[in-house]
Design a binder for this molecule. Structure first.
Ligand SMILES: Nc1ncnc2c1ncn2[C@@H]1O[C@H](COP(=O)(O)OP(=O)(O)OP(=O)(O)O)[C@@H](O)[C@H]1O
Ligand SMILES: [Mg+2]
Length: 225
């Protein structure tokens, strides 16, 4: 494996709200992830996992500390640079899917490619859609899908641009065992083929154990630190 750190997180703090509503969601997290590595993040509900992933993906800002992606401090990017960076480098699977309700399944999956103006290999699209068992749902809208189907659309959308980094927030949270295994196998194969780096949050030990490394978060800190 390459030894380059593609993601470096330095002393990250996140405070939400103020006064009585103040929550210290992250309390000084430092970690790094190597290019091509598959890291699972585990921890109890409310421990700060989604907050950490949002900040790594440039979706939210930290209160203190730094995130370097490929050596670039993402807090120093302009708004436009950040949009381009997210679009080109990151595939994000949101915990609540974030599908666009007025777009069909196919349009949702193609969205990152449409936005970046890049071509998508039809074969690659077909392969993902088939593997995620969405072929029969391509022309329906998200509100006509089950939770697990919506989740699989969100996964397909995150993969379509072959991003360098896949940030997956409980991508199998709504799937049964068989579909969870399929998703994990798909991620692992994509990683093997395209050397993608995967940071994946999960509550499922069967998913976490497939990762190269498991990171545990408790109360906004890495455990054992
Ligand atoms: N937008 C927000 N405003 C205020 N507090 C927030 C916000 N988002 C998260 N928090 C708080 O920050 C803490 C960490 O939340 P986070 O969503 O990162 O947890 P999590 O580990 O992803 O939990 P889960 O496993 O339930 O998804 C929690 O105490 C939560 O209440
Ligand atoms: Mg979460």
């Amino acid at each position: 494996m390459n030894t380059r750190n593609i993601v470096m997180v330095d002393n990250l703090h996140k405070i939400y709200g103020s006064g009585e509503a103040k929550t210290n969601a992250l309390n000084g997290i430092s970690m790094s992830v190597k290019e091509g590595e598959f890291v699972a993040i585990v921890g109890t509900s409310g421990s700060g996992k989604s907050t950490l992933l949002h900040i790594i993906g440039g979706i939210d800002n930290s209160s203190e500390g730094k995130v370097l992606i490929d050596g670039v401090d993402i807090s120093e990017l302009s708004e436009n640079e950040m949009i381009k960076f997210r679009r080109d480098k990151i595939g994000y699977i949101y915990q609540d899917y974030n599908l666009i309700p007025i777009l069909t399944v196919k349009e949702n999956i193609y969205l990152p490619a449409s936005l970046s103006g890049g071509d998508v290999e039809t074969d690659y699209y077909d392969q993902i859609v088939e593997e995620l068992e969405l072929s029969e749902k391509e022309n329906v809208f998200p509100n006509e899908l089950s939770g697990g189907q919506q989740q699989r659309v969100a996964i397909a959308r995150a993969l379509i641009n072959k991003p360098d980094i896949i940030l997956a927030d409980e991508p199998t949270g709504n799937l049964d065992k068989e579909n969870s295994e399929k998703v994990v196998n798909l991620l692992k194969r994509i990683k093997a083929n395209h050397k993608q780096t995967i940071i994946l949050i999960t509550h499922d030990y069967n998913v976490a154990k497939e990762a190269d490394r498991i990171i545990r978060i408790e109360d906004g800190k890495l455990e054992n630190e």
